[in-house]
Structure formats: C-alpha cells, structure tokens
Design a protein around this ligand. Structure first.
Ligand SMILES: Nc1ncnc2c1ncn2[C@@H]1O[C@H](COP(=O)(O)OP(=O)(O)OP(=O)(O)O)[C@@H](O)[C@H]1O
Length: 376
C-alpha cells in the first residue's frame, strides 16, 4: 500500500500541514524537537488509532487547538482501490471515517492503513517488561485481524468486572456464583486471544528466524516462544485450552480472592526470545537485543504481506543512523522497491547515502515542513 498524501491539523506541534506526492522513500530531516516523530506518529495513529508512545490521546492534540481537536487524514492506495482516511481526536473521544463514512467502531477502522514502526523504544520488546511484549502482540495481531481486537476488548471488560468482584469476595461468601459466570466469559475470550497469539508467533518465528540468520551471517538462531499462564506452550486446540484455563481458574480461586486479582489469562502471558538457545533479555548484548528487535520488525513486514496480500508502510523513527552499515543495508534492501518508507533523522550523517538515492527529502522546522527533491 502507498500513502499518497497526508494532512494534519492541530496535531501536536503542527497547526496545519499538507504533504502531497509522497515518495517511495521519504527522508524527514530536522533538528531535535521540531516535529519529525510527530509526523510518523500521526501515520501510526491513523493506522492503529493509538500512538506508539503514549496512551493519553490528549497529548496528541495541539496545546492551542481552537476547537480542542486534532485531525489526521491521508489518501492511501490499496490493492483494492484508493481510500481516504480521516481521524479526529478530542476530549470527547476519537472518530474515524473511511471515504467520508463514519465507522461505528474504531476496531473496524484499524487495518485500513497498515504500518510497521521501528523506533528506539522497540528495544524494550526484547528487554522490557512482559506488558510491553503483550502490547506488541496485541497491536500487531489487531491490525491484521479485527476479530482479535473484539475479543481483547471483551476480555478486558470481563477482567475488570471479575477483579472488582474478587476484591469484594475476600470478606464475604455471597456472590461466588457470579464468579462462575465471569470465569466462563473470561475463558471464552481468553482462549481466542491465546490461540491467535500462538498462531501469530509461529508465523512470525519462521520469518524472524531466517531474517535474523541473514543479518548475523548465519551465526545466530533466533527463537520466539510464547509463555502461557495456563496449559502448555504448544497447545492450540481451543477446547483443550478452554479446559486448561477453567481448571487453572478453579485451582487458584482461593488465592485470587485473597489477592483480589485475576492471576491467570492472556493478561499475564509473555513472549520470550532465545538466541542460540539462551534468553536474549538475560544473556543478549545490547547489539544482539537491537538486532532481535530489527529482525522482528522486518519479519512483521513479511507477515503482514502474507496475511493481507500487500506490504505495510514502514516507519523508521530515529533508528537508521543507530545501525551499523551492514544492518542498515539489510534494512534498506528489505524495503527498497516494495515497501513505502518514512525515515526520520537529525541529519544525513551516518545514513547509507547511495542506498537512499531518489528519496524525497523533507526538512522539518518548528512544525513546518519544506520538501525538496533529493539528489542523494
Ligand atoms: N500537544 C502538543 N501541542 C503542541 N506541541 C507539542 C505537543 N506535543 C509535543 N509538542 C512539541 O513537539 C515537539 C517534539 O516533536 P517531535 O517529538 O516530533 O520531535 P523530533 O523532531 O522527532 O525530535 P527528536 O529528534 O528530538 O526526536 C516539541 O517541541 C514539543 O513541545
């Protein structure tokens, strides 16, 4: 897919911006704090309906937005035709339109534009907390499978109700029958989530393993493993998963009531990465962890292509100049000629100059952008 144009209004430090004739490779250059990340973030928000760096939508609205709202829109060419996507963020929530038609649910809008973002904070997917990895799984599966988002939302609702009930039950006996009802609903949505996550990881593993071998000249075998809070790692049969989940809930019920929280389910699961059989978060060097994150992102590009039949848009925020020349060329070769790419950097130093020939160059200063044809 290809983003032909993008327009922002009162988004972060952009009062108003319209970029037409975007290129296959778009190089966004500017000094610190000028609005480079804000621009690629806006594309990410249009794709995912959420920012990659904050969960607070109000931060995305310009401080002085007159109507208290931020607007993002883009014209996107997809294999089935062109679409005009619009998103409005305000204190009242988010609204999204496809070709002028407002979508009833945001989950139906997700997937209209597909992106893969690679940013410095992605290192946290490898070495950060399980919550970061769960978010990675949820965002990435959600953008290719809308039904995943549905189950996730339902699961979170039930989880909240169930946890509230658990807190009330520690000093009273009545109401336990209600817990049985929540258990069933929790497990029904929970197993769908776990099954889809396992499926996703299996597919991602195939790509990530071979990409990682390529980047490390065959020296490193990367393995992705799902770490479930119930049942076995490999189990994918829904009926068996359901039995496993219900069994674990019954076994831990007293403990859950004592602690007032749900201890089993996809909200407690994790994903781990192994390099040559050793856990990357524990034994991996900073460089190995960075390469693992890069392999994952490149694998995602291929996985999305496999799922939807077209390549997503790649957003490289401040990461290209961080990579050594070999990894840079691996990355550039992956996207060249098939993946539209947006690259942000403070300058051209450290960038693989000849590989970026033909890129459209944008200079960002204080929320304003000038474009120039690149001679690089
Ligand atoms: N809601 C907002 N309203 C107005 N300006 C904002 C808002 N949120 C952030 N900004 C401004 O956006 C600027 C930061 O932009 P951005 O994060 O895109 O920087 P950048 O060009 O990527 O810089 P760096 O190279 O340091 O990463 C800051 O000047 C910040 O004050």
């Amino acid at each position: 897919m290809f983003v032909k144009s993008i327009a922002l209004q009162h988004y972060r430090n952009y009062e108003g911006l319209r970029l037409e004739n975007l290129g296959d490779v778009n190089l966004i250059l500017g000094q610190n704090a000028q609005g480079k990340t804000n621009l690629v973030e806006a594309l990410y928000v249009l794709a995912m309906t959420k920012s990659h760096r904050t969960s607070k939508d109000r931060e995305l609205i310009a401080f002085d937005a007159p109507d208290g709202a931020a607007h993002i829109s883009a014209d996107v060419t997809r294999k089935y035709g062109d679409v005009h996507l619009e998103m409005t963020l305000s204190a009242h929530g988010k609204k999204a339109k496809i070709n002028g038609l407002e979508q009833r649910r945001l989950s139906e809008f997700v997937g209209s534009l597909n992106v893969v973002m690679f940013a410095p904070e992605d290192l946290e997917i490898v070495k950060g907390t399980p919550g970061v990895r769960r978010r990675f799984l949820d965002m990435e599966i959600g953008q290719v499978q809308p039904s995943y988002l549905y189950h996730l939302q339902q699961y979170q609702k039930v989880l909240l109700q169930r946890s509230n009930l658990l807190k009330q039950l520690w000093n009273r006996d009545s109401g336990r029958e209600m817990l049985d009802i929540w258990d069933e609903q929790l497990a029904a949505h929970g197993v769908k989530i776990v099954r889809k996550r396992k499926e996703f990881i299996k597919k991602l593993q195939v790509w990530a393993e071979s990409i990682h071998r390529g980047i490390t000249n065959g020296g490193e075998a990367l393995e992705l493993l799902y770490v479930p809070s119930f049942g076995s790692r490999e189990e994918e049969d829904e009926a068996v998963l359901l039995d496993n989940f219900m069994l674990k809930l019954s076994q831990t019920r007293e403990q859950e009531i004592r602690r007032g929280m749900t201890l089993t389910g996809p909200h407690r699961d994790d994903l781990s990465f192994f390099i040559n059989g050793r856990e990357a978060s524990v034994y991996g060097s900073q460089g190995q962890q960075r390469t693992t994150a890069l392999s994952l992102k490149l694998a995602e590009i291929e996985l999305i292509h496999g799922e939807i039949g077209e390549y997503p848009v790649l957003l490289l925020d401040d990461v290209l100049s961080e990579l050594d020349p070999y990894r840079q060329s691996q990355l550039i070769e992956t996207f060249q000629s098939k993946v539209q790419t947006f690259i942000t950097a403070t300058g051209v130093e450290g960038l693989h100059a000849d590989k970026l020939k033909g890129a459209v160059l944008y200079r960002v200063r204080g929320g304003a952008i000038e474009s120039e044809a690149s001679g690089r």
